[in-house]
Design a binder for this molecule. Sequence first.
Ligand SMILES: Cc1cc2nc3c(=O)[nH]c(=O)nc-3n(C[C@H](O)[C@H](O)[C@H](O)COP(=O)(O)OP(=O)(O)OC[C@H]3O[C@@H](n4cnc5c(N)ncnc54)[C@H](O)[C@@H]3O)c2cc1C
Length: 399
Amino acid sequence: MDRYDVIVSGAGPAGAQAAFRCASAGLRTVLLERNVLPRHKCCAGGVLGRAQAKAELQLPDELVEQRIRNFAVAWDGHREIFPLSGEVAAIVRRERLDHFLVKRAENAGAEVLEGTTSLRAREESDGVAVNTSGGKMTADALIVAEGCTSRLASSLFGPYPGRRMAMGMALECEFGSSPEDAMEVHFIDTPTVRPYSKVIFPLNGWMFPHRMGGNVGVVGQAVTAADLRRTTERILKDCGERYGGTMSRSPVTAHPIPLYPRDRVHSRRTLLIGDAAGFANPITGEGMSYAFESANLAASAVEGMLLNGKDLDVYAAGCRRRILNDLSSAVLLGPVLHWLLGKVELSSFFGQVKSDDGIMGACAGIARGESDWRGLFGRMAPRTIPYLLLNSRLIRGKA
Ligand SMILES: Cc1cc2nc3c(=O)[nH]c(=O)nc-3n(C[C@H](O)[C@H](O)[C@H](O)COP(=O)(O)OP(=O)(O)OC[C@H]3O[C@@H](n4cnc5c(N)ncnc54)[C@H](O)[C@@H]3O)c2cc1C
């Protein structure tokens, strides 16, 4: 039976980063992936600057479809573009990014076992035993990075409630001409009727540009597959008309996004990271920066346990400081933003936002990792009420 310092189960961004960090620290590390790589992952492929920073990633040009310097919103046949000061994100194809990250972990010394599924895990007095499709192995610690449908996470920490997930759908396509370097968000069901309704993630979509095409999709909570499919097709049609026609397209795929962190993210020898821990942004659905951050924290916690005999509580404390504070601001801000967008006349409102350097700077700062959602919350709160009172023409019906 093989014995390791640490077993990492799941080779998405979280698992590959954790394996890279553990192997770089000299730990005997194995990374298990049930698929053969490269494998498809349903995702929009937006890697924010802050995610790149947390993963210490210099994305090579051949991996990048577009470097993003603008942001755009589209609604009811309107479109507004927001120029940002410099690059804030890169768009990639996930199968290529994830493969690149796994190779990086392998080059750092991690053993990678593709086509190997983790089936069961049991914590024992001197370690953790994992049964896989390739046999049994043991280690001092287990990092579970299997995404939000992780069976190991459910069996060890209880099931993740389905009502806490949003569902996303995406496809990739080629257009007749090259799209602008703007991440484009399509407001579909925003505004929500009232803040703090049970639906914290209303149906919204995107087109993230590639060199000659893009990634088109939608995500929403409590929506049907038919809604997702119909809306995806509508956005594809709009964008195709703007960019010289849709020349080819992939089939759609769908995948859930966790909207709430799990209550517990570690036990004595096991840590949950990335989507398996429920770490994704409840306003944007963005998950890679939390995947990388939690992977870094988990790798340091395991190193501390193995080298200095510390317990894994340090991981929960790190998550609270570096992830949960940011997510809880987003949880508060999300419904307010959706409510606000339902109250204002959107063209004028976006015009005001565009001319407000403080808010624009806070948005670009979030994307680059220079500030977090609390910064935007702090900037928007004192401005929101004066906006509504002083610009009555912004309020729908009073124009
Ligand atoms: C439609 C959609 C669009 C999104 N767009 C963005 C975006 O633009 N930017 C962004 O930052 N985030 C985006 N996200 C979120 C992002 O995809 C996730 O947050 C991110 O993939 C989480 O990484 P992870 O490593 O935790 O999990 P995953 O990427 O899900 O990786 C988990 C890995 O574990 C493997 N695995 C599962 N079970 C087992 C097992 N039993 N044994 C072995 N291996 C196993 C899986 O095959 C997979 O490779 C999007 C999500 C969706 C659904």
